[in-house]
Design a protein around this ligand. Structure first.
Ligand code: NAD
Length: 453
């Protein structure tokens, strides 16, 4: 099938590359000329395992194209995926300006029938606004093209995006039941047929329910994280090991093991903004979401937990102190630093006068870019970008771990001890066992692991 993807970011690039891998002929459009130039020169703008190979293979096969040409790109596909960003507006609601601009571009340039697929995460009712924007442009141009807007929220996880897209546990699709909607449904059925060979993974529903499903999923996952973080903070006070509790409750199939890890708070481009956007939708309908308000508040507080533990050990004034920080990306296997807990920790350490040496296996280039926006030149001078995890430790008063990269899981503890000025580890992801650290002669501060002995 001929497909156009509008927005070549995490979701758009992965969607475009994977749909090309299935044999479709895909145009990826973006307004960012640098990004398209990079892709056209064989580069990849994001770190995502396996993506580079899929892109290279499909470009070579002539099935995947990158373009900034709006007219040519819209003309190409019968399916027009909108995969642009929906960042939070000032009040936390989803800013739909990019989605609506993409919709208007489709309306302005379309000729024949188009299925407009909302892949961006958008609030309930957005499909109607997309339809209205497209209709306005068609009317202005005097054309008679018909179209249908379908909701197809994306559930891929950064760091495992290609795998998630190629092996989805579900495909959610909403159509409006009109004649055009039914035509759109048939085309989408065909597109996703390869994923439904073993068993049906597609859930068809009305458009508004499909839009809502994405928010419900992210809100549920964020709730589980904040729930465990809140219990972990209490566990620290009452002398309980939250890891033992996690096993104890996760083995109940009604609860399950996923997303029960206590830590330094959730970040990224999705959970924080989607929780906020759902709260805003609720406000607009006079329906306060008490649980989600608490989920957000708990997470904001959790991002401060590592800093608080450092202060509890070293005092409020950290001038003259030097810390090693392992992990900057908001989670492993990505270089994405949007809303990353490491940024909150670094702000606190720098504000309290400390110097830091930071290391991330993949996000160093992105960290340099992002931290140069977060900090002024004098502050940046107190942040050293280390060349290796062990290199970051030299003469540090303590090691602070913020992201659970696999490469951090089995370090050489003797080397850690030899390089640190004091053998102290603050572990924001509970990578190690307190007993193991005690046996290695390392003072260990996990999250919710202060068992009374
Ligand atoms: P992103 O910021 O990585 O990419 C968005 C891209 O859209 C950018 O390259 C931007 O230049 C481009 N763009 C903006 N306006 C455009 C226009 N009018 N025409 C062409 N290109 C345009 O965003 P992302 O992380 O891929 O997220 C996209 C959407 O998918 C968001 O709604 C997000 O909530 C949702 N989502 C993201 C993830 C994720 O893990 N990142 C997962 C599921 C859903």
């Amino acid at each position: 099938m001929k497909i156009t993807i509008i927005g070549t970011g995490y979701v758009g690039l992965v969607t475009g590359a994977c749909l090309a891998e299935l044999g479709n002929d895909v145009f990826c459009l973006d307004l960012d000329e640098n990004k398209i130039a990079l892709l056209n020169s064989g580069g990849i703008p994001i770190h995502e395992p396996g993506l580079e190979e899929v892109v290279a293979r499909n470009v070579a096969a002539g099935r995947l194209h990158f373009s900034t040409d709006v007219g040519a790109s819209v003309a190409h596909g019968v399916l027009q995926f909108i995969a642009v960003g929906t960042p939070p507006d000032e009040d936390g609601s989803a800013d739909l300006q990019y989605v609506l601009a993409a919709a208007r571009n489709i309306g302005r340039h379309m000729t024949g029938f188009k299925v407009i697929v909302d892949k961006s995460t958008v609030p309930v009712g957005t499909a109607d606004r997309v339809s209205a924007a497209v209709r306005e442009e068609i009317a202005a141009s005097g054309a008679t093209a018909s179209f249908s807007v379908v909701s197809n929220p994306e559930f891929l996880k950064e760091g495992a995006a290609v795998d998630d897209f190629m092996r989805p546990d579900r495909i959610v699709l909403g159509h409006d039941g009109s004649a055009e909607g039914l035509r759109a449904r048939d085309l989408m059925k065909n597109l996703y047929k390869p994923f439904n060979r073993n068993h049906e993974r597609t859930f068809w529903m009305d458009v508004r329910s499909a839009e809502f499903t994405k928010y419900a999923a992210n809100a549920m996952l964020a709730t589980r994280i904040s729930f465990m973080n809140e219990l972990a903070n209490l566990a620290d006070k009452v002398g309980v090991d939250i890891e033992a509790v996690r096993h104890g409750i996760g083995s109940d199939p009604r609860i399950g093991h996923s997303f029960l890890y206590a830590g330094a708070g959730y970040g990224g481009s999705c959970f924080p903004k989607d929780v906020q956007a759902l709260e805003r939708t609720a406000c607009q309908f006079d329906q306060e979401l008490l649980i989600l308000r608490a989920v957000e508040a708990v997470n904001d507080r959790q991002k401060l937990v590592l800093g608080r533990k450092v202060v509890a050990s070293f005092g409020e004034d950290l001038a003259g102190r030097h810390f090693a920080v392992w992990g900057l990306a908001f989670k492993p296997n990505t270089d994405d630093m949007r809303e990353a807990p490491a940024r909150v920790l670094l702000r606190e350490l720098i504000d309290r006068g400390a110097t830091v040496a930071v290391y991330d296996p993949v996000a160093m280039a992105e960290a340099k870019r992002v931290l140069s926006l977060d900090f002024n030149a004098a502050e940046l001078a107190r942040i050293e970008f280390a060349a290796s995890s062990m290199g970051a430790l030299e003469q540090a008063d303590a090691l602070i771990i913020v992201t659970e990269w696999k490469a951090f899981r089995s370090p050489d503890f003797d080397q850690i001890k030899a390089r640190l000025k004091q053998a102290i580890v603050f572990d924001g992801r509970n990578l190690f066992e307190p007993e193991q650290m005690a046996a290695n002669g390392i003072e260990y501060h996990g999250i919710g692991r202060s068992v009374l002995t």
